[in-house]
Design a protein around this ligand. Structure first.
Ligand SMILES: [Zn+2]
Length: 202
């Protein structure tokens, strides 16, 4: 017995998180499943802990387990603890911001092999329009284990479908070689015609 994988991919502002939480809530409400929502973080001290994540899109607040994005494996212990607490299996694991999780392919495969259904939302491309983390590799797991791939739609301000996440620093398009961490950057979804990437090598 193994679980199935539901993948939600798309650029910034394609409502991936809202879709993830909607599906988590449906499983709770209609399928009576226990759904554990996971949120990768850069700054967890002392192991995984519960946080309240607020979603502005109307699903209200939902508890999430925050874990160190560099070590998803520490979550396994938390899952085992939770199963002991509730006296049954955690049927479904939902992971937000999957692009930040190290060893995401192996970790997801491990969860599927342990018969958890897995929902993962994340960015498919980074601001340089290159594959982000291991998100695109997960499509293989959908093939192998079953499930679905959902391309979440976003729109450029011109009205066309946006496939890219335009990064802006001080309101101007960020250069290809701009540093990963800049305090005042922002993102907006853009179509191919309006996506700008100064200094792009190819
Ligand atoms: Zn456009």
């Amino acid at each position: 017995m193994s679980g199935k994988l539901e993948l939600m991919l798309g650029p910034m502002r394609s409502n991936k998180t809202a879709e993830l939480l909607r599906r988590a809530e449906m499983r709770r409400q209609y399928a009576s499943q226990y759904v554990l929502v996971l949120k990768p973080s850069d700054d967890t001290k002392g192991g995984p802990g519960m946080v309240e994540s607020r979603n502005p899109n109307g699903h209200g607040k939902m508890d999430a387990l925050e874990f160190n994005s560099h070590n998803p494996w520490e979550v396994l212990k938390a899952i085992a603890q939770r199963e002991k607490q509730i006296g049954k299996k955690v049927e479904c694991i939902a992971i937000d911001e999957g692009q930040f999780v190290s060893e995401l392919f192996l970790f997801t495969r491990h969860l599927l092999d342990a018969n958890h259904d897995v929902l993962i939302a994340g960015l498919d491309l980074d601001f340089r329009a290159l594959p982000f983390g291991e998100m695109l590799n997960l499509t293989w797991l959908v093939n192998a284990y079953g499930g679905s791939i959902t391309e979440c739609m976003a729109y450029c301000s011109c009205g066309s479908r946006a496939l890219y996440s335009q990064r802006l620093i001080d309101g101007k398009p960020a250069a290809y070689l701009s540093p990963i961490k800049v305090p005042c950057d922002s993102y907006e979804p853009r179509c191919a015609e309006h996506f700008v990437l100064p200094g792009k090598p190819h």
